[in-house]
Design a protein. Sequence first.
Length: 147
Amino acid sequence: MQKILILYSSRTGNTEKMASAVAEGARATGKVEVDVEYHVDAEDLVRYDAIVVGTSTYYHDMPMDMKHLFEEAAVKSISLKGKTGAAFGSYGWSGEAPKMVLEIMKLKFQMNVTEPPLLVLNTPSQTSLDQCKALGKRVSETLMHVA
Ligand SMILES: Cc1cc2nc3c(=O)[nH]c(=O)nc-3n(C[C@H](O)[C@H](O)[C@H](O)COP(=O)(O)O)c2cc1C
C-alpha cells in the first residue's frame, strides 16, 4: 500500500487542525496508509511515497525543526526524487513558509509537487477544513494513479 506522511508544525493549533483534516481526506479513499507526525528523522522520509508538510509562518520563515529536517536530508544525500509533495499552513499576513517548503521539495529534492500551497488565514473555518480534506484526497488519488 502507498504511504503518505503528513508532517506538521503548529504553535497555537491552527495548522494542526488543518493537518487532521488533510489526513481525514487522505484516509477517506481507503487506499493509502497515512501517518501524521510532529517530528521525523531525515531517514524516515524515504519510507513514504508522498510527503505533505504543514507549517505556519513566524517571522516570515518556517520553523527551525523543518529547516533542520531538509538540511539533514540534503547533507545525508537522501533521495526524495519523484515522490509526491504538497504543503499547507495557517498564516497571519504573509504566509511564506509553505511556499518555501514547496520550493525546496521541487528545486532541491526534485519531488513532484502540487502547487500552489494551501494557505489559511488564522483559525481554519469549516470551508477551509473542507479544502484541507480535498487536498488530502487529491494527494491520495495522485498516488493511486501512479501505483
Ligand atoms: C510572533 C509572531 C510572529 C508571526 N509572524 C508571522 C509572519 O511573519 N507572517 C505571517 O503570515 N504570520 C505570522 N504570524 C501569524 C501566525 O502564522 C498565525 O497566528 C498562525 O495562525 C499560527 O498558526 P499555528 O497555530 O499553526 O502555529 C506570526 C504570529 C506571531 C505570534
